[in-house]
Design a protein around this ligand. Sequence first.
Ligand code: TUI
Length: 311
Amino acid sequence: MGSRICEMLNIKYPIFQGAMAWISEYNLVAAVSNAGGLGIIAGGNAPVEVVREQIRKTKELTDKPFGVNIMLLSPHADDIAKLVCEEKVALVTTGAGNPGKYLEMWKENNIKVVPVVPSVALAKRMERSGVDAIIAEGCESGGHVGELTTMALLPQVVDAVSIPVIAAGGIGDGRGIAAAKMLGADAFQIGTRFLVAKECIIHKNYKHKILRAKDIDTRVTGRSTGHPVRALKNKFTKKFAQLEKEGASPEELDNFGAGTLQRAVFEGDVSNGSVMSGQIAGLISKEQTCEEIIGELVTEANNIMKKTLNI
Ligand code: TUI
């Protein structure tokens, strides 16, 4: 399973744990990195001091590389962009925007920079600006989504750039990894499957809702706000969609959505909270440790590639 990403980052397996706001905290991140993957702290909307504490606690639990994701819509993005330099974090991923204005500072500090891109145009622009790799994320993923599916986006991005490409969106098992590899991916980012990791601190109601989910149980709301989000269908997504249909303004919708992810993650209110999830939730049937998840992903991917390709 080795790849140029493993060499670049000094990790054993080319498996990234997708950064999930409020969810990807130090216990999950350290467990993934200790298991040979790359754990990634989610900056989300958290203030800089909270993220600093997360970085320090992760360093106490692992001596392996890990990353920090900066959600560029966050009001604290500028502060966290400086923080990762102070804390000498190995890698930064970005989401929900163009990280161009921070690139020079991060490169000066020897940080590997890996933005999420939802299109070929942004992938090319990012490569020209000097990023180290890119994450091509299809709209099968949970949370904030672009337009294209992984199946369509990934090979087009792979053809458009020469830096390594990490596939994200819709990968939940070894078959997904093998398929993404066939489309040219160098590494694989997985979020939803890690929601049910034993080390993941989300409320048990959230985990149970993922474990019970079927193929058609997610939906995207918020297209009219410019920030569409995929989550499991519930009372919250129904009400959100209804408000959207009635022509609520983006501000009204943002207010209605504010704090709803935390409501699901911490209070376990999976009716009125936003239970963000990718489309592969229906594939996930058991709670496992991060070590078991990564072990299973690697074994399955290797076996299926051997069997199918005779290699
Ligand atoms: O960022 C994500 N997933 C997220 S962020 C998030 S927190 C949030 N909550 C409510 C509303 C909005 C965000 C939950 N999940 N994935 C990476 C991702 N990035 N998906 C799409 C994009 C993206 C979109 C546009 C990246 C760049 C971009 O650039 C536009 C430009 O400036 O050219």
